[in-house]
Design a protein around this ligand. Structure first.
Ligand code: AMP
Ligand code: FE
Ligand code: FE
Ligand code: ZN
Length: 289
């Protein structure tokens, strides 16, 4: 099967492979196209695009943004086809990084109060110049022996309900979608199971509202999606005339059980990439959504 991966992370955010290595791995895994979707930054895009050009893999720029959403759910919005050089995108990433800059020292301070010895400098070092994300901090806690795994670092300290959990300022979905579109891209709702709603009816209501706000697609295949989710999300995408996308959400060894190009045993069809590229082109011409 000719397959692709439209959701993955590099050292530009909280993945462990540099952008060019993610692309190289995609080539090794026989993927025909890739999107890099780092959290809050497009700093990895130029390097990934260049590597994709050299290796003969198709590439579409991406970004992943967290939106305001009631707990315990989280809403992530993917932006595909955004122009990293557009003033809107530069402003957006600057704002998002400032929100992290406000939150991260709070987490470290709380951990210190709890007797966990970590510093912002260690976190920066672990991030290797990329965006500071909680998985890197989790990796430090594992290395220092405070917890046995990345997952237990989230369960005990860093995740929602954890001892050192702090929220960051987020955009509303409406604003996130608007800014993605202004940056030349299309907005796609990431991994809907993480909305943590009680039933598909509630998910449908949210998707309908997002579609009214200008949403262009839904992530139908993802490492968190079982058969039932894939079926329901396919139905929702068709019902609201939305693009279907898919990806592994690869983070390198920060999520060691996730492999590039594979999402809970499924592969993402090439046709979805082609339709996404078409969708971006149409949006940029002001046609359709
Ligand atoms: P941040 O961008 O710093 O807020 O961290 C978000 C990253 O942490 C994403 O890659 C998530 O997949 C990961 N993450 C968030 N909550 C959890 C959790 N409860 N368990 C494992 N990973 C998580
Ligand atoms: Fe992440
Ligand atoms: Fe996400
Ligand atoms: Zn992701």
């Amino acid at each position: 099967m000719n397959s692709v991966d439209l959701h993955c992370h590099s050292t530009a955010s909280d993945g462990t492979l540099p952008p060019r290595e993610v692309v190289r791995l995609a080539k090794q895994c026989n993927l025909s196209a890739l999107s890099l979707t780092d959290h809050d930054t497009t700093n990895g895009i130029a390097e990934a695009a260049a590597a994709a050009g050299e290796l003969g893999i198709d590439f579409i720029p991406g970004i992943e943004i967290s939106c305001e959403f009631p707990r315990p759910g989280t809403m992530h919005m993917l932006g595909y086809g955004v122009d990293p050089d557009s003033p809107t995108l530069k402003n957006l990433t600057k704002t998002l990084l400032e929100a992290r800059g406000d939150r991260n020292p709070q987490i470290v301070e709380k951990l210190n109060e709890l007797g966990v010895a970590v510093s912002m400098d260690e976190w920066r070092e672990q991030a290797k110049g990329g965006v500071l994300g909680r998985p890197q901090l989790a990796a430090i806690l594992v290395r220092k022996g405070y917890v046995s795994s990345i997952q237990s670092a989230f369960d005990k300290y860093l995740g929602e309900g954890g001892l050192a959990y702090f929220d960051k300022e987020r955009l509303t979905s409406r604003r996130a979608i608007e800014l993605i579109r202004e940056s030349g891209g299309v907005a796609v709702l990431a991994h809907p199971p993480q909305l943590r709603r009680d039933n598909f009816g509630q998910v449908e209501t949210i998707v309908k509202q997002l579609a009214d706000e200008g949403l262009a697609g839904i992530e139908v295949i993802h490492s968190d999606h079982d058969e039932m989710w894939v079926r329901e999300l396919t139905r929702l995408a068709d019902r609201f005339h939305l693009l279907k996308t898919g990806g592994s959400d690869f983070h390198g060894s920060n999520k060691a059980d996730i492999h590039l190009g594979v999402a809970n045993g499924r592969r993402i069809p090439r046709e979805w990439f082609d339709a996404l590229v078409d969708g971006v082109r149409q949006a940029q011409c002001g046609v359709g959504r």
